[in-house]
Design a protein around this ligand. Structure first.
Ligand SMILES: CC(C)(COP(=O)(O)OP(=O)(O)OC[C@H]1O[C@@H](n2cnc3c(N)ncnc32)[C@H](O)[C@@H]1OP(=O)(O)O)[C@@H](O)C(=O)NCCC(=O)NCCS
Length: 165
């Protein structure tokens, strides 16, 4: 496998590339939001912030294998605690799944997080996504809390997982 890198991306320059990736990975987008990826999904990818944070706390990356964008990643710094990195999304093109890129991406995230003096990675996985649950727990994430759907939410039950750096 040629080298995988996380390249910083932004909405102004990379919204089209991110939408193209999300369209290739529409299986997951449909599972999460109930419809094919659109501009609103991409806006949220670049701009949606967890409570108490601003867009300045967000980092967005393309997962690059040479010139091919094989995935997208977003991370928020400081949610739920100042030294937490909250992984908002890791989304790979299905053509590139199951061959170790996810593990490599996680390794790159851990290296960046440690350099930024973070102590914990956290993320929420949909209960309806057992393959992702399998991936994260295989990689050492453990349950942090259960976040059931509420009348105000999107209808998904989630597990919040954590990984001590
Ligand atoms: C979850 C994901 C990031 C893992 O990356 P990956 O490169 O496929 O994972 P790796 O090749 O490093 O590891 C493969 C493991 O992940 C699991 N996996 C999870 N979803 C998978 C998928 N859609 N296709 C293939 N393997 C998947 C496999 O069960 C496999 O475990 P095993 O080797 O013990 O059988 C990637 O599959 C993906 O983008 N899935 C769709 C989006 C998603 O669910 N994102 C996570 C949201 S919390």
């Amino acid at each position: 496998m040629s080298e995988i890198v996380l390249r910083p991306i932004n909405k102004a320059d990379h919204a089209e590339d991110a939408l193209d990736l999300a369209q290739r990975a529409a299986d997951y987008v449909i599972l999460e939001v109930g419809h094919a990826p659109d501009a609103a999904f991409i806006n949220d990818f670049f701009d949606a912030v967890p409570p108490g944070l601003t867009t300045a706390d967000l980092m967005t990356f393309g997962v690059m294998q040479e010139q091919a964008m094989t995935g997208i990643v977003c991370i928020a710094e400081g949610y739920e605690l100042p030294t937490d990195w909250w992984i908002g999304l890791v989304l790979l093109d299905p053509a590139y799944r199951g061959s170790g890129i996810g593990r490599t991406v996680l390794h790159l995230i851990k290296t960046k997080a440690r350099r930024a003096r973070m102590t914990m990675l956290k993320l929420a996985v949909l209960e309806a996504n057992p393959r992702a649950m399998h991936f994260w727990t295989r990689e050492g994430f453990v349950p942090h809390r259960y976040a059931p759907a509420t009348p105000q939410s999107d209808g998904h039950n989630r597990w919040v997982l954590k990984y001590q750096l």
